[in-house]
Design a protein around this ligand. Sequence first.
Ligand SMILES: Cc1cc2nc3c(=O)[nH]c(=O)nc-3n(C[C@H](O)[C@H](O)[C@H](O)COP(=O)(O)OP(=O)(O)OC[C@H]3O[C@@H](n4cnc5c(N)ncnc54)[C@H](O)[C@@H]3O)c2cc1C
Length: 374
Amino acid sequence: MSQRSDVCIVGAGPAGAAAAVQLCRAGRTVVVLKPVPSGRARPGEHLAPDAHTALTALGVSADRLAGVAEPCPGRMIRWSSPEVEEASYLHAEGHAMNVDRVHFDRLLVEHAEAAGAQLILGGRLIAAAHDGGGWRLTVREDGSTGPGPRPRPGPMQLRCAVVLDATGRRAAFARSRGARTRPRDRLVAVVASTTAFRSADRRLVVEAAPDGWWYAIPQADERLVVGWVTEPTTLRAGSGGPGAAYAAGLSRTELVRELVASTAGLGSEPPQVMVAGSGLCEPISGPGWLAIGDAAAHTDPLWGRGVPHAIELGMRAAEAAALPPAHRPAGLAAYESVVRQRWLDSERARALWYRQAGQRFGTPFWHHAVAGDT
Ligand SMILES: Cc1cc2nc3c(=O)[nH]c(=O)nc-3n(C[C@H](O)[C@H](O)[C@H](O)COP(=O)(O)OP(=O)(O)OC[C@H]3O[C@@H](n4cnc5c(N)ncnc54)[C@H](O)[C@@H]3O)c2cc1C
C-alpha cells in the first residue's frame, strides 16, 4: 500500500505533536509515526511558567490540562549554600505546572489529530530513500495500543517531501542520514517515584548534593517524582547497582530526604536510569529533513524548559518546512540559528549554576560537571 503526504514526522512527543499542528494550520498534509511505547513510562516533569505561552500558541486551552497538569505555585532551592531559597511563581503567564508526561503527550497527540494530522500508531520507519521526487519511506506497523484499526500486515510505502525527526535525544532519523549529536557531557538521571505524597505544599524542590543534584516534583495522583542527576561513574562505584547508589545518594540530601520520608516511600521497582546530559545535533538539517525538539538540541534537566522549547521550536520548524521549496532554505537557516542560540544560552546558564554549587562542594562530581567532563 502506498500513501502520499507533504510531511512525515517521526516521533510523537511534544515537538512532533506541535509541528504537526502547525503544519496542518498551514494547509499541509501530515503523517505522524508513533511507535508502540517500549520500556517504562516516562516520569512526570515540571513545566516552567512559559509553557503557558507555548501551549496557548498551540491552541491547548488551560481547561484541557485539568487532570493532566497540576498547578505548581513555586519552588524551593538549596543550591549554592545550605540556605533554602524560596521563589513564588507569580508570573504574568501564570504559574508553573507539574505534569504526568504520559497523559500530557497523549493530549498533544490528540490535539494534532484534531488539527488534521494522520497518526500511524505503532508506525516504525524501517527504510528511507531520497530522490528528486522527495522521500520514499517504508513503514511497518508494529501493533496499535489504541482503539483504532488493526495494524496492516505488510509494510506500507509513504511518499513525502519533508521528514521531521522528532525522535527525542536519539535523533534516530538524523543519525541515519549521517548526523551526529555532539554531547557536552554524559550525565544521567536516576528517577523513581513514591506514593502517598499528601502534602499541601505542591512546590518543586531542587537540591544540590556532593555527588549530583536532586529534584522532587509532586504529581496530581499523590506520587512524588524524585530524580537524581549524577555521573555514570557514581552509579558504578558501589556493588549494589543504581538502586543502592540512589538510596545512598538520597541519604546525603536534606530537603528531598525529608519529603520522601513523608510519603509511603520508594516502591520496589528499581529506579529508571535516563541519559540526561546536553548535546547538539550536527547538522540540524539536510536535504529534505530537519531535526526538531530534543533531536535537534537537548539540555540538562536543570534548565527545566525542554518541553516548552520543544513545542515552540517544533512550531517554528513546521513554519520553515511549510514554506515553498524556493524559500525553504532561508526559513531553515533562521530556524537553525534560533536552535543553536537557545542551546548556547542554556549552556551558559547551566555553567553558571554548576559553578555556584561546585564552589560549595568541591567534590569530583562538581569538578567534572563544571569542566564538562563527566
Ligand atoms: C531526567 C529528565 C528530566 C527532565 N525534566 C524536565 C522538566 O521537568 N521540564 C521540562 O520542560 N523538560 C524536562 N526534560 C526535558 C524534556 O523531557 C524534553 O526536552 C522533551 O521531552 C523533548 O520533547 P521531544 O518531543 O523533542 O522529545 P521526546 O519527548 O523525547 O519525544 C520523542 C518521541 O519520539 C519517539 N521515538 C523515539 N525513537 C523513535 C523512532 N525511531 N521512530 C519513531 N518514534 C520514535 C519516542 O517514543 C517519543 O515519543 C527532562 C529530561 C530528562 C532526561
